[in-house]
Design a protein around this ligand. Sequence first.
Ligand SMILES: O=C(O)CCC(=O)C(=O)O
Ligand SMILES: [Fe+2]
Length: 364
Amino acid sequence: MATETSVDYDRTKELKQFDDTKAGVKGLVDAGILNIPKIFVRPAEDLAADELNSGHKNVEVPIIDVSNVGDSIRRQEIVNEVKIASGEWGFFQVINHGIPLSVLDEMIEGIRLFNEQDLELKMELYSRDGAKKVKFLSNFDIYTSKALDWKDTLQLSLLDFDPDPSEMPPVCRKSTMEYIKHLKKLGETLFELLSEALGLQPDHLNSIGCSKGCSIVAHYYPPCPQPELTLGVRKHADAGILTVLLQNHIGGLQVLHDDQWFDVHPIRGGLVINIGDLLQVLSNDKFKSVKHRAIASHVGPRISVPCFFSGHASLLDKPFGPIKDLLSEANPPRYKEFLLKEYLAKFFSSSLDDNKLPLDYYKQ
Ligand SMILES: O=C(O)CCC(=O)C(=O)O
Ligand SMILES: [Fe+2]
């Protein structure tokens, strides 16, 4: 018992020392470390378990070409592809979605510049304050996780998709504002397609507020000297409604499908879309929120910019559960109704390592 306490104490101290630098993982790499600190090393049993199910390569996460989505025949085909991908994989990539390549490239470049600017400027934003709309940090669950992830994050909460530009970090302000404008439109299109894929009116998910608010969580994964000992992001499912993820060319995102990890290969100009826990609930399990992770790598930086659509703030106090129009005697609700604010509080107070997901509390 005494030993356990002293081990815990040392770990807590190390975590705090790392946190206090406010320099994140990039700070470690800039200092020239050759061995990753212990706080990033995954438990031996997790490392061993990975050996069993790595690397099935001959099947790809579905790629959906959404050009001509306004053409009624093509739209039906796209809706069908979205339905199959959302039900079987929980993941797909979209291409020809209408966001110009220059906007995507500049968004990634803005995040690179943010992370590579003078440390003093980044440190000013380093915070764990949940109320802050713009903040920089490493590992949101730093003090509760089994091992830290090899990444730093810039978090931007965009309630109503209408941020005040002056709150954005200057170095990525213009690129982010431009990207957000396009993202809002793409979000609405995706929620239309997903509504149709569920057999609902096209505006159903938009009209309940699904596309009305999001958080952009831009990750910067520095090159890692011992990538086999850690991860970029641990295995988890996304807690929101829908995630739209932009990534640079490095790769590393993997999806769990049939108990195997599959790489999500970066496609230039493509965006990765995945169903979050809340859309699994809304769809009464027709769509799957699937576990995924990002591996660490000797090469980098990898940059990824997930946008988590989590709905309009007005949803927070209303009962949330499977969409009533989808329910019948043959398809009874698989979740009891809950309040989104309670669900989110559960998510943010737990760690990505927790076996019991917030969603499990409401399963019936
Ligand atoms: O960086 C990635 O590709 C994945 C990030 C992710 O899954 C997350 O932030 O929830
Ligand atoms: Fe995720």
